[in-house]
Design a binder for this molecule. Structure first.
Ligand code: HEC
Length: 401
């Protein structure tokens, strides 16, 4: 078994790489979406060029032209854009292994939701990633794939079903990250199995002096448009683990639906804008995204009432006792939980003063949501959560004796 401290370094390095590769991938993908939409017909463009776009950046002017199928002869050097996507997936899947597979008992499994062994949890995860891609790919290639709107709706429902499934198998946090990872896997697989191979066939045809099939380019374009619309929602799912209000919610699969709608609408605004659209075509997106955001906020806002009857009110010592049984196995200077080496997030909860110091975080993590104790390993009860919350809300009285 690798030492926990090394695991943390591995996590840091892969997270760093994941961010960098993701930024590079999304940045280039946004740029090419923009470029595509900004192309305009001009006088004197070479044969086979659909349009051109003038850009200014970094002290110079760029004149970009797009050959919709391909130029007549192959240029000597051709720049491909694929490693950004591959490394985003490789680093992301490494993080999945380090955090959620290796630490399955803490981060992925919640025994109150489903009694899974570590290997069962991992098996379901890998199976879901593979079948998510296979089903999506079959849908795109089926006759439904010709109807863009029908296809989008079906893919949307498919993601919702997956989210519903994950939330009934894994912990809230694990479920949300899995939806993001499944969609992210589909996006990278689009690049790996469709966009790049199609492009390669076109290049080979050109070298062989054959006329390439325009369908190959269209198929690539369809997949890259899907990727474009899914980018913003996936990013939110990836950072969701920092926000218990998002994932620690009975209906978090509906949250997924709203997040996809909001992210998709915002992307549509930019896509339309890049095409030079104006007027009413650009007016509806931000207001409706704002309305959906409000619905999301109201929908997931904490509505649990933590007030308890006067007889059930806890005193500081009762609270300390609860925290000592439910939290300090991890949140101590020297944790006793076998998976934890240091107090997570620097949060130590060994004294009343500690509890006071972190009271607002404790409210968010253990009272208003069930994010902590992690995977409810220490079996905190609902009554304890309410008593703790009530004591915090009453201003954390400490009786002198
Ligand atoms: C099984 C171990 C474990 C137990 C038990 C546990 N925690 Fe945690 N806690 C963690 C881990 C791990 C993290 C860091 C989570 C992360 O990486 O996002 C954490 C993070 C936190 C944070 C910091 C969140 C932030 O915003 O940085 C708070 C607050 C917290 N826990 C409170 C509690 C309380 C209160 C209890 C008891 C009711 C508790 N925890 C029980 C493992 C545990």
């Amino acid at each position: 078994m690798i030492d926990i401290a090394y695991a943390e370094w591995l996590e840091l390095m892969f997270r760093w790489l994941h961010l960098i590769a993701g930024i590079a991938w999304i940045g280039s993908s946004f740029y090419f979406m923009f470029l595509d939409y900004s192309l305009q017909k001009e006088e004197g463009l070479p044969a086979g060029v659909k349009g051109a776009s003038w850009n200014v950046h970094g002290g110079g002017f760029y004149f970009m032209q797009k050959y919709t199928v391909a130029p007549e002869t192959m240029p000597e050097t051709l720049h491909w854009f694929k490693w950004e996507a591959y490394f985003t997936w490789i680093s992301g899947f490494s993080l999945m292994i380090i955090i959620y597979y290796w630490g399955a008992e803490s981060f992925l499994i919640d025994k109150e939701i489903m009694e899974l062994s570590q290997w069962e949890a991992i098996g379901i995860s890998v199976g879901a990633f593979i079948s998510g891609w296979v089903i999506y790919d079959l849908l795109c290639k089926s006759p439904i794939g010709k109807n863009e709107i029908a296809l989008s709706l079906i893919v949307f429902v498919m993601i919702l079903l997956a989210a519903y499934g994950f939330t009934h198998v894994y912990s809230g946090r694990g479920a949300f990250v899995h939806v993001g990872a499944m969609v992210g896997t589909i996006m990278v697989a689009n690049v790996f199995f469709v966009i790049i191979p199609n492009q390669r066939i076109v290049v080979n045809d050109l070298i062989a002096g054959k006329e390439p099939d325009p369908r190959l380019g269209e198929e690539g374009k369809q997949r890259s448009t899907h990727n474009n619309y899914l980018t913003l929602p996936v990013l939110l799912m990836m950072i969701s683990s920092h926000f218990p209000m998002i994932f620690s919610n009975q209906h978090s699969w509906l949250v997924v639906g709203l997040v996809i709608i909001i992210g998709g609408i915002i992307r549509d605004y930019y896509n339309a804008k890049n095409q030079g659209k104006s007027g009413s075509r650009l007016k509806w997106q931000w207001p409706s995204a704002a309305v959906f955001m409000l619905i999301l906020m109201v929908f997931i806002s904490y509505r649990e009432d933590v007030k308890v009857a006067e007889d059930d009110q806890l005193e500081a010592n009762d609270v300390l006792a609860i925290v000592q049984t439910r939290c300090v196995s991890c949140h101590a200077a020297k944790p006793t939980d076998k998976d934890i080496e240091k107090a997570p997030g620097g949060v130590k909860l060994e004294t009343i003063a500690d509890i006071k110091k972190y009271s607002s975080k404790i409210l968010k993590q253990s009272v208003l949501t069930n994010a902590m104790p992690l995977a409810n390993k220490t079996k905190m009860t609902k009554k304890e959560r309410q008593g703790l919350g009530d004591w915090i809300k009453r201003g954390m009285p400490v009786e002198e004796d």
